[in-house]
Design a protein around this ligand. Structure first.
Ligand code: ZN
Ligand code: ZN
Length: 135
């Protein structure tokens, strides 16, 4: 195996994230997918890159009880995951990157009544998505 054919780990990971922007995935999914393309990345490289992408706000990380693993989802075209709220479908697990403007009114009235301020970046609203609403 010659090194020059090797894709940079970060690029390989982002490539996968873009293809799967609508779905949740685990570090294990990425490891499998990236290495299926002929790369030979180890688990710690994957984790390190995922952590960095989370820090950069390109990725949201959350705990998933049904698969008992940490899941990730890419925020393509939604801006930084530190600056908006997430909504998760309780049926299929899909994550939505929600603009804070939708919560502004509720946030303002909570501030008035309870004196609390929402930490948007840490807030996950449980919901049913349009595909699951009738289930
Ligand atoms: Zn997000
Ligand atoms: Zn759903």
């Amino acid at each position: 195996m010659k090194g020059e054919y090797k894709t940079k780990p970060r690029n390989a990971i982002i490539e996968y994230l873009k293809e799967n922007a609508d779905t949740r995935f685990t570090a294990r999914d990425i490891l499998k997918a990236v290495n299926a393309d002929g790369d030979n990345l180890d688990r710690s490289t994957i984790y390190r890159n995922l952590e960095r992408l989370c820090k950069d706000g390109q990725l949201v990380k959350y705990k998933e009880s049904d698969v008992n693993a940490t899941c990730y989802q890419y925020s393509e075209g939604h801006g930084s995951c530190h600056e908006h709220t997430h909504a998760q479908c309780v049926v299929c697990g899909k994550i939505f990157h929600v603009d804070n403007k939708h919560l502004k009114k509720a946030a303002d009235s909570m501030k008035k009544e309870y004196g609390i301020e929402i930490d948007y970046s840490k807030t996950v609203i449980m919901c049913r998505c349009s595909d699951c609403i009738d289930k």
